[in-house]
Design a protein around this ligand. Sequence first.
Ligand code: ADP
Ligand code: 5GP
Length: 216
Amino acid sequence: MTLSDRSCGLLLVISSPSGAGKTTLARRLAGEFALRFSVSYTTREARKDEVQGKDYHFVSRSRFAQMVEGREFAEWAVVHGNQYGTSIATVNTSLADGVDCLFDVDYQGGRQLRRLWPAQTVLCFILPPSMEELERRLRQRATDASDAIERRLAMAHEELTHYGEYDYLVVNDNLDQSYAKLRAIYVAAGCTRVRNDALAQALLREAGSRTPLQKP
Ligand code: ADP
Ligand code: 5GP
């Protein structure tokens, strides 16, 4: 085991109103760093470009209910009329491995993860530059039916009311600049004292056990 193996894993939660760009930003972060992406379970239908097991584990309502019953979720919630849940095994394995984990979940999920793992959880909320731009992005993404887009826009207000529960707010206007901000948040979160305490303690012990230099 090296000293750097002793740092503890971070749980980075990214939430936003649908269409603000959290999936785009989260994927980019996971592409640059050795972050584990928590693949949620959902009862939603897969969109045309989504891959089973990569974007989501798409399951039936009865399978989801079984998983709730079997206490397999760290958290789960109903969002836009569908059920979504985070596997407790994914979180526990990441923490045990000391690997950072990324979550694309709504405010209910973020709240519950913070409740369960307060020291490890960092909450980041992505804001759209305007409601007009949010609607434009939802429509140009063209992955949801028109009534689903209306539902998502209507839900944006409720989601925005929870921004105060988050540690960081990033306005996703220019994508490269927004990504640079998210990246900075992630890198800084990995440098907090709490996150590196075990490492600092190990160094302290090693330093203390060294034979003192002989005075001339
Ligand atoms: P969310 O996961 O929050 O629902 P997505 O990441 O799917 O949002 O982004 C919604 C749409 O907006 C996608 O088509 C995406 O390519 C686009 N998008 C994301 N960020 C930006 C940005 N900064 N500027 C313009 N379009 C963006
Ligand atoms: P979408 O259907 O656009 O992929 O996601 C809809 C919403 O569900 C988004 O706000 C997304 O963050 C949220 N979501 C996805 N997975 C989970 C999850 O496991 N738990 C919770 N609470 N929300 C989730």
